[in-house]
Ligand binder design. Structure first.
Ligand SMILES: C[S@@+](CC[C@H](N)C(=O)[O-])C[C@H]1O[C@@H](n2cnc3c(N)ncnc32)[C@H](O)[C@@H]1O
Length: 301
C-alpha cells in the first residue's frame, strides 16, 4: 500500500514535532495510572544510583515528561530515536517544560540536567535506527524500559527481537498508547464504517519495520512477553477527544479522509462530504471521537 501523506506522518519527513505536541495532552489524560504505578513499583534501582530508564522511539520526549514526575526519584534517561529533528526538539521541549515548572534546567554538553525539588533528572538523546539496530540498545545499563505511541508501527518479527532482548536481560517494560484499531465518531455518520476500515488497512502498512501490527500490537506483545516469564497487564488508555480539542478533531478528520481517498479513490464525493460534515460539526463543538489505545506493563517474574 502507498503511504498517504498526512499530518501525523510523512514517510519522507517522519513524525512532526507539531503533531507530537498536539497529541501530548491527550496522551497524558489517557495513560493508565495503575500501570504507571505498577511500573514504578517494579523498578529496582541499584544501591546509591539514580534510576536509569531507556525510552524507545522517544520523539520529542513526551514519555519522559509524563513519567519523571511520577517516578520522583533521581533519574537518568536515555531517549532513543532515529530522527535528528526530534532529537533536537527533545532538548527544546524538555527545557521549556522544566522552566514552566520552575525547575532549573541546564544543558551540560548535550546532557540536560534538571533540578526538580529534591530530585535530579539527567536526560540525553541517542540517535539509533531501531528497525536495524535494536540490539544496540544498552539494556543492561537500565533499570526499566519504556516506549509510547510506537509499537503499532512495528512488525511481529521486531517484537520477537525485543522479547529476546528482554528474556536475556529481564527489565520491567511500560509500553503505553498503542492504538488498538477502535475509532468511534460521535455523532455517527454512514461513511464512518468504510473510512474506519481504510484507516485500519493503512495502519497495517510498512513503517520501516516490515508489515506493522497496527491495532494488534499490544495483544501480540502480551502473548510474546508472557511466553518469556513476564507477568503482563494491559489496560485501556483511550483518547477521548471533545470540543476542547478542536484542532485535533480537524486533524483526525483530515487524516482519516486522506487515508480513505488513497484506499478508495473512486469514493471521492462521499469522502469529501464526510470531511466537510465533520469539520462543520467540529466548528460547532458538536463532534467527539474516541480512539482506542492500550497500555501494557510487563514485569519479569
Ligand atoms: C508516534 S511517534 C511517538 C513519539 C513519542 N514516543 C511520543 O509519544 O511523543 C513515533 C516515533 O517513532 C520514531 N521512529 C519511527 N521509526 C523509527 C526507527 N526506525 N528508529 C527509531 N525511531 C523510530 C519516530 O521518529 C517517532 O518519534
Amino acid at each position: 500500500m502507498t503511504e498517504p501523506k498526512n499530518t501525523e506522518r510523512d514517510p519522507a519527513e517522519g513524525f512532526s514535532a507539531d503533531w507530537l505536541r498536539l497529541r501530548e495532552p491527550l496522551d497524558l489524560a489517557a495513560r493508565s495510572e495503575a500501570l504507571a504505578q505498577g511500573f514504578k513499583s517494579a523498578l529496582k534501582p541499584r544501591e546509591g544510583q539514580a534510576l536509569r530508564l531507556i525510552d524507545l522511539a522517544a520523539g520529542a520526549g513526551a514519555n519522559f515528561r509524563a513519567l519523571a514526575p511520577l517516578l520522583q526519584a533521581d533519574q537518568e534517561w536515555l531517549l532513543v530515536d532515529h530522527d535528528p529533528l526530534l532529537l533536537q526538539a527533545q532538548r527544546e521541549e524538555i527545557s521549556n517544560w522544566a522552566r514552566q515548572h520552575g525547575w532549573r534546567c541546564v544543558d551540560e554538553g548535550g546532557v540536560l540536567s534538571i533540578e526538580a525539588g529534591n530530585a535530579r533528572w539527567q536526560v540525553r538523546g541517542q540517535q539509533l535506527d531501531l528497525a536495524r539496530d535494536l540490539e544496540r540498545i544498552d539494556l543492561p545499563w537500565c533499570d526499566g524500559l519504556v516506549t509510547t505511541a510506537f509499537l503499532d508501527l512495528v512488525s511481529s518479527a521486531w517484537l520477537d527481537r525485543l522479547c529476546a532482548l528482554l528474556a536475556a536481560v529481564p527489565r520491567p517494560l511500560l509500553a503505553t498508547l498503542s492504538v488498538d484499531g477502535r475509532r468511534t465518531w460521535h455523532p455517527a455518520l454512514a461513511a464512518d464504517e468504510f473510512i474506519g476500515e481504510a484507516f485500519v488497512a493503512h495502519q497495517a502498512g510498512d513503517k520501516g519495520f516490515g508489515e506493522s501490527l497496527g491495532g494488534q500490537a499490544a495483544a501480540s506483545l502480551a502473548e510474546k512477553l508472557g511466553a518469556h516469564a513476564y507477568r503482563v497487564s494491559v489496560q485501556p488508555s483511550d483518547w477521548r477527544i471533545g470540543a476542547a480539542h478542536g484542532e485535533m478533531l480537524l486533524t483526525m478528520a483530515r487524516e482519516a479522509a486522506t487515508v480513505a481517498l488513497e484506499v478508495n479513490p473512486s469514493r471521492e464525493a462521499s469522502v469529501s462530504a464526510w470531511q466537510a460534515e465533520r469539520s462543520a460539526q467540529a466548528a460547532r463543538g458538536d463532534l467527539s471521537l474516541v480512539v482506542g489505545h492500550l497500555d501494557l506493563l510487563g514485569v519479569p517474574v
